[in-house]
Design a protein around this ligand. Structure first.
Ligand code: ADP
Length: 250
């Protein structure tokens, strides 16, 4: 689904991504691991259009998407979540979900004045969809809570929920487990597995929690010093000499 071909991203003289090449299979939950500073987040940002690569190519389903901005990728079904959740703190959880789909009638002044019926009908449909998403994620009880009051893990679930408000095809999750308790991490893991199995989402997951990676991801890709070091099952990766050396060297 995604092919990353010899991508470089330099910050001044520093090569954060230094010739990374990898393939993300459609329908997979691919894990991206590696020591701190390996270039994982930078590579995510290049693929998701947040950063332009210094050189190299990214294709999605055969189409060159290198350097396309995030909103263009969003319309192609490529979404990323952030290590730090980006919720609208003073809006409710349901409203946060309802915000996601673009092109809503209420966005234009003309419609806001003269097409109130259409806007109301659209909002009812969006609220219903948001309720379904909350149900799927087992957080219906939080629907009317201000998003800013959620715990770190609940915010991660909300981010996952935002991807379900549109037709996502591939979702990039950055450190979904950071600061999340074990119970919620399991709920997040269950939601990812179900989205993958039932809705055909492809996932790419950066995560440090190896239990989480082992439960969800195949294949696992290990990066170090801006490049891909190894790819395989978590067991294969863990016993790879180069991987062990990269982790010990940091
Ligand atoms: P990882 O996600 O694997 O921990 P990152 O992609 O966050 O690695 O970072 C790779 C390297 O690039 C790090 O050494 C980091 O300090 C550096 N880096 C990341 N973003 C920038 C930036 N905007 N400017 C300069 N250096 C950066």
């Amino acid at each position: 689904m995604i092919i990353v071909d010899d991508v470089h991203k330099h910050f001044g003289g520093f090569h954060a991504v230094d010739g990374a090449s990898l393939t993300i299979r459609e329908g997979s939950i691919t894990g991206l691991i590696g020591p701190n500073g390996a270039g994982k987040t930078t590579l995510f940002n290049v693929i998701a259009g947040v950063l332009e690569p210094t050189s190299g190519r990214v294709t999605m389903a055969g189409e060159d998407i290198t350097g396309l901005p995030p909103h263009a990728l969003f319309h192609k079904g490529l979404l990323r979540t952030f290590q730090i959740a980006h919720e609208f703190a003073s809006m409710t959880v349901r409203e946060n979900l309802m915000m996601v789909p673009g092109g809503q009638s209420g966005e234009t002044l003309w419609n806001a004045w003269f097409r109130r019926g259409r806007i109301a009908a659209e909002e009812r449909a969006l609220a219903e969809k948001a309720n379904e998403v909350l149900d799927f994620l087992t957080i219906s009880h939080l629907a009317d809570e201000k998003a800013g009051n959620l715990s770190g893990g609940q915010k991660k679930l909300l981010e996952l929920g935002r991807t379900m408000m549109v037709d996502a095809r591939i979702v990039f999750l950055d450190e979904v487990g950071a600061g999340v308790n074990r119970t919620l991490l399991n709920t997040i893991g269950d939601a990812i597995l179900r989205l993958n199995a039932e809705r055909g989402y492809t996932f790419v997951v950066i995560e440090h929690d190896m239990d989480f990676i082992g439960r969800l991801c195949e294949p696992v890709i290990c990066m170090a010093e801006g490049r891909v070091l190894a790819e395989g099952t978590l067991e294969q990766i863990k016993s790879d000499e180069r991987v062990i050396e990269a982790y010990l060297g940091t």
